[in-house]
Design a protein around this ligand. Structure first.
Ligand code: UDP
Ligand code: MG
Length: 313
């Protein structure tokens, strides 16, 4: 199969028929064998009925319906598991992404050898204040911390080599960071393509202002997990030692000063409290490291590595 188009959707019944027809037009013009997988993320409108009737007209359309709303990441993850195409394209259901981009994105994967190509909404049709400015900040932070040179990490329109989607797990709200997940999994050739962005035609946006708080918190966790997820002690142990050592130095100084040279009441010295707190925090960081090690030792992924090739085996 040449192509899987994955569409996560939550209450988008108005757009679906138009979107499906447009995709069908593009795909037929290029003669791809394909599937469209629509993941209904617990919609409370008519979306699932629409998907059923689209499927009745076109057997290349497949549907997955969640019991309740689990979020875009869960929907994408489920779509990735089901996808059979050599190239997987994800796009939003709200018609903000144009299916006309599909052939060029597919070409970049197949002919130019990209593992992942992310859309770049160079000209956006969203509300400037609440979306564009925070999104610039957010992308700059993601670029800086991950080292991946993308302008638009969170673009819903992306193309993947099949191997990529089978190697990553998108959980929580990590759909914003799929390029980083792919990089951690060892896929190096990550590119971008300027794509046409359109105003939302039907319905309303599903992400409010919380996206920015959550987005930044998730960026911290993904960078931490990527770097220290399997060796937490290297992080906590290092800082625990530094802080504990600082406490020890302070206390040594205070004791030596008290008994050897000066006579003073230790608790009258402000640095005494710094010393106490350093010892306590240092110990706690160490404990966090031990707990982290115990958890990562018991995790199912403790030995999950991807083998690219084998020879003579
Ligand atoms: N979406 C989803 N589950 C959710 C929220 C959103 O599947 O819990 C889908 C939504 O239906 C759309 C896509 O994710 O197809 C992008 O959402 P939206 O257009 O609201 O985001 P925006 O374009 O405003 O960033
Ligand atoms: Mg949208």
């Amino acid at each position: 199969m040449d192509l899987s188009v994955i569409i996560p959707l939550f209450n988008e019944d108005e757009s679906l028929p138009e979107l499906a027809a447009w995709i069908e037009r593009v795909v037929n013009a290029n003669g791809y064998s394909y599937e469209v997988i629509m993941i209904d993320d617990g919609s409370t409108d008519n979306s699932w009925n629409v998907i059923e009737s689209l499927r009745a007209q076109n057997p290349n359309i497949r549907g997955i319906k969640f019991q309740r709303n689990y979020g875009k990441s869960a929907a994408l993850n489920e779509g990735f598991k089901a996808a059979q195409g050599d190239v997987i394209i994800t796009m939003d259901a709200d018609m903000q992404d144009s299916p006309d981009e599909i052939p060029e994105l597919r070409k970049m994967i197949i002919e130019e050898g990209y593992d992942l190509v992310s859309g770049w909404k160079k000209k956006r049709y969203d509300n400037t204040l609440t979306k564009n400015i925070p999104s610039k900040l957010f992308n700059a932070a993601a670029r800086k911390s991950s080292g991946i040179k993308l302008h638009d990490f969170n673009c819903g329109l992306k193309a993947y080599r099949k191997k990529v989607v089978k190697s990553i797990e998108v959980y929580g709200e990590m759909h914003r960071y799929i390029p980083i997940l792919a990089k951690w999994a060892g896929f190096r050739k990550i590119g971008e393509k300027v794509v046409e962005h359109r105003a939302r035609k039907f319905g309303v946006t599903k992400f409010g202002w919380e996206r920015f708080v959550n987005g930044f918190l998730d960026l911290f966790s993904i960078m931490f997990v990527g770097k220290f997820g399997k060796r937490p002690m290297h992080f906590f142990g290092l800082w625990g030692s530094i802080v504990f050592f600082l406490g020890l130095v302070i206390w040594t100084y205070l004791f030596v000063a008290k008994f050897a040279f000066l006579k003073y009441n230790m608790t009258d010295r402000p640095i005494f409290y710094v010393g106490v707190i350093s010892l306590v925090i240092g110990t706690q960081l160490f404990l966090a490291g031990f707990l982290g090690e115990l958890i990562s030792r018991n995790s199912a992924e403790r030995n999950s590595y991807l083998i690219e090739e084998k020879i003579g085996l």
